[in-house]
Design a protein. Sequence first.
Length: 113
Amino acid sequence: MFDKIGQMVGLMKNLPKLQAAMAEMKEKLGKISVEGNAGAGMVVVTVNGRMELTRCVISEDAMKLGDRDMLADLVMAATNMAMGKAREEVAKASQAVAEDAGLPLPPGMLQGM
């Protein structure tokens, strides 16, 4: 029980450092931008570090096919690829911010974000 209280007191002492780290992290998330594509570039999407889809480009070739189901599959595949890349970048950025702030992250905490 006293260990938990000690940890809380330690966190409270580091509150300004934590707030600065969170502000830095927010800024870094806004700068992350990754692409995913499917169908040999028929669909290209861009996702930011906040996991927001910021761009979706569908090629003329994809439009000419006239296959809605295939197009939907391509959009999903490209989006999932971009989201996976974004999660990796967010994990790297989070680790870097935590290390810079001297905040330990439990092993595996960022995996699967």
